[in-house]
Write a protein that binds this ligand. Structure first.
Ligand code: CAA
Length: 699
């Protein structure tokens, strides 16, 4: 007894063996761990052992298959072998779950004869988020345990289920209080001498669907409809259906075949790329590993507008007390009212209780005047995008805030270095670009100024994580990463209108590509007046957007923009008046309108952004192509199953992207469309952006 191998430990508690998985940080089921489990199962054949507890060391039971092994040749034993061996053990095997049991981790637990978990544990089959389906029996065992409809819901959403809920539906047998492993040992001992229970042999929960699959098919149709042709969802539906239509072994064989098909798909590769890129994005290459974030027990947000209020909600949601600071009582009152109204909407949707809302509102206080920042560890300024105002505020913050306070400006365009210069502590200043609505959107661009210290950066990253965001560190430039690329798309979308397309055609092509919304519907949602004001300040003109604004068409808020909106509704309806404005603009500029096909629209909506992404990499504004992908997936609705713009470019092939850009540059005379040097170089070398990281690391 003792160490079975580097990843598995086996100890005895009298007649119960405790097998512990030890592959930090989350016990991913890599080859050595699987081999260790097989070996441990051999060792428990000792007749003195009457029952077994399977548990995990560290912060999780197991996060499932090792995703980094996907796409590589399998080193036996496979997870199936381990699972079959556990299930076939004649002694009761009890899974003791803490932290998370996800994917293959839960599938391992489903093969155990019983499952107990502590109250904080969560279980789930998140494979769909990686573009695959549970491939280690999950689609066959879970329906037998909780019924096909509930199983499909869990598998098609990939959402985690909290222990109490998992106990209520029947995934868990017990949620004991107190220490988990001793409780699981007691549970196992109690099961000795009773016949072991195999989930695979149960048919009580699938009998109803077998007799009448109507309810299942109804739920399945909704999921397939929402999936818009993506294969992983329909594979989940098919495989769960097999659980009640086919014998267990046949269902299992089909599940494996589907898994093998999906794991090599472009969609799954893209989603795995996003998974790892998201985790890498917060790593700052030159930051020493020893850099420690500062503590942040109290926060202050300056400005009670929509952004400020949304940011304050993030703090309250994370349990951090926050003061909203305004210049006048009425502004403060309306800001706090807006926050309360937002929470009430969440309650009405059943996603928050009144008690939780009260707790959160209690964490938010309001004050007049910047002196209120004195007790904050982190200050986020979220006033209008006006440089002079921001500079003035930062000068005052310098006088009022304690030394070491993180001073962040929430800006989407302004120069963070210029703002930092208004203080005598530029090392503590950085940008935090929250996305609207700030309490919902997960992306957080952290803008690193010239003088920003590693410690300040580490604090902002830790804070972002605490607030449930996906933090990505970017450099300081106009528009940073996301909006700088978006600007290229905006120029091109307006050009498409002038050349012959209509907003509904462009939006439809972009939605078909996988975005939730096209650029014009999005413009209407965000409000067209913001861009109009910025353009006027900069002395630039947009040939379609400006006449729309001049006609009072600011988007949804005025009931009309690129589209018409019936009062109170958000559904865009094409408007002949807009078509006239567009045709008139083409005529004014002497452009002969022509039909533009879908492929051209999609290329022109995407390739100019990729080109700008290449420049962003060349300039070091983003450290890695994956960072740009994460920004687009989490901040702008880029479909995760297409991996982000830079990943997509690699899949399409950089030579093709280069050639099309060269063509569009030549046709339009727009030099910004000429292939960026990095893009041209990689294309000539027949490489992809994925190689960029390697090149940078080697330099
Ligand atoms: N495989 C490989 N590495 C994994 C992993 C997995 N399944 N799960 C997590 N990791 C790695 C992360 O990449 C990260 O590595 P770095 O520190 O080097 O960046 C590290 O473990 C810690 O992960 P997080 O930073 O995400 O830690 P967290 O505490 O915030 O979250 C978690 C923990 C909820 C388990 C989260 O990591 C997660 O959701 N993991 C993926 C779970 C999943 O999708 N499982 C299904 C796998 S597919 C499968 O199992 C197929 C099958 O049917 C057999």
């Amino acid at each position: 007894m003792g160490s079975v191998n580097a990843c598995v430990d086996l100890k005895r508690d009298n007649d119960v063996a405790v097998v512990t998985m030890e592959n930090p940080p989350v016990n991913a089921l890599k080859h050595e761990l699987r081999a260790g489990l097989i070996e441990a199962l051999k060792q428990i054949k000792d007749p003195a052992i009457k029952a077994v507890v399977l548990t995990g060391a560290g912060r999780a039971f197991s996060a499932g298959a090792d995703i980094s092994e996907f796409g590589k040749p399998l080193q036996p034993p496979g997870l199936h072998e381990v699972i079959a061996a556990i299930e076939a053990t004649p002694k009761p095997v009890v899974a003791a779950i803490h932290g998370t049991a996800l994917g293959g981790g839960l599938e391992l637990a489903l093969a155990c004869h019983y499952r107990v978990a502590d109250r904080g544990a969560r279980v789930g089959l998140p494979e769909i988020k990686l573009g695959i389906l549970p491939g280690a029996g999950g689609t066959q065992r879970l329906p037998r345990l909780i019924g096909p409809e509930k199983a499909l819901e869990a598998i098609a959403s990939g959402d985690m289920i909290a222990a109490d809920q998992a106990r209520a539906v029947g995934i868990l047998d017990a949620v004991p209080d107190g220490e988990l492993v001793p409780a699981a040992v007691a549970f196992a001992r109690n099961a000795v001498g009773k016949p072991v229970k195999h989930v695979r042999d149960r048919d009580d929960k699938i009998a109803a669907a077998r007799a009448n699959p109507a309810a299942y098919e109804e739920a399945a149709a909704k999921i397939v409809g929402r999936a818009r042709g993506r294969r992983a969802q329909s594979a989940c539906v098919e495989s769960v259906r097999n659980a009640f239509q086919l014998p267990f072994e046949d269902g299992l064989a089909r599940e494996q075949a589907l898994f093998r098909e999906l794991v090599v798909s472009d969609e799954s590769k893209a989603q795995r790329h996003v998974f790892f890129a998201e985790r890498e994005a917060a790593r700052v290459p030159d930051m020493p590993a020893s850099t420690k974030p500062r503590a942040f027990a109290r926060a202050a947000v300056i400005g009670a507008g929509t952004m400020g209020g949304g940011i304050a909600m993030n703090f309250a949601n994370a349990g951090i007390p926050v003061t909203i600071i305004e210049t006048a009582a009425d502004l403060l009152r309306s800001g706090l009212d807006r926050v309360a109204a937002n929470y009430r909407t969440t309650i009405s949707r059943g996603r928050l209780t009144q008690v939780e809302m009260d707790q959160r509102m209690n964490l938010i206080s309001g004050k007049i005047g910047l002196a209120a920042v004195a007790d904050a560890d982190v200050v986020i300024e979220a006033v209008f995008e006006e440089m002079d105002l921001k500079k003035q505020i930062f000068g005052e913050l310098d006088r009022q805030a304690r030394p070491g306070t993180l001073l962040a400006t929430n800006t989407s365009t302004l120069d963070v270095d210029a703002i930092a210069q208004a203080t005598k502590r530029p090392q503590d200043v950085l940008g935090t670009h929250f996305f609207s609505p700030a309490n919902v959107m997960r992306l957080l661009e952290i803008v690193r100024g010239k003088a920003t210290s590693h410690e300040a950066l580490a604090t902002a990253i830790a804070l972002g994580r605490k607030l449930g965001k996906v933090p990505v560190v970017v450099g300081n430039c106009d528009g940073f990463v996301g909006n700088r690329m978006l600007a290229r798309r905006s120029t091109e979308s307006e050009r498409l209108l002038l050349e012959g397309a209509l907003p509904q055609q462009v939006d439809a092509a972009v939605v078909e590509f996988g975005f939730p919304m096209g650029p014009f519907a999005m413009g209407d949602l965000a409000g067209l007046d913001v861009g109009w004001r910025i353009r006027r300040a900069r002395g630039v003109r947009a040939e379609v957007a400006d006449p729309l604004c001049e006609a009072g068409r600011f988007g949804q808020k005025t009931g009309k923009g690129y589209y018409l909106y019936q009062s109170g509704l958000r559904t865009p309806t094409p408007d002949p008046e807009v078509e006239q404005i567009i045709i008139e603009a083409s005529r004014r500029l002497g452009i002969a309108r022509r039909p533009i096909d879908k492929q051209e629209i999609v290329e022109r909506m995407i390739y100019p952004m990729i080109n700008e992404g290449a420049r962003i990499l060349e300039e070091g504004i983003a450290y890695r192509p994956g960072d740009i992908d994460v920004i687009w997936v989490y901040g702008y609705g880029w479909p995760a199953w297409r991996g982000g713009p830079m990943f997509h470019a690699d899949q399409v092939g950089l030579a093709h992207v280069r050639d099309r850009l060269a063509l569009y540059a030549q046709r339009s005379g727009d030099k910004t469309l000429e292939p960026a040097p990095l893009l041209a170089k990689l294309a000539a070398e027949r490489k992809g952006f994925a190689s960029f990281k390697l090149a940078a690391a080697a330099a």
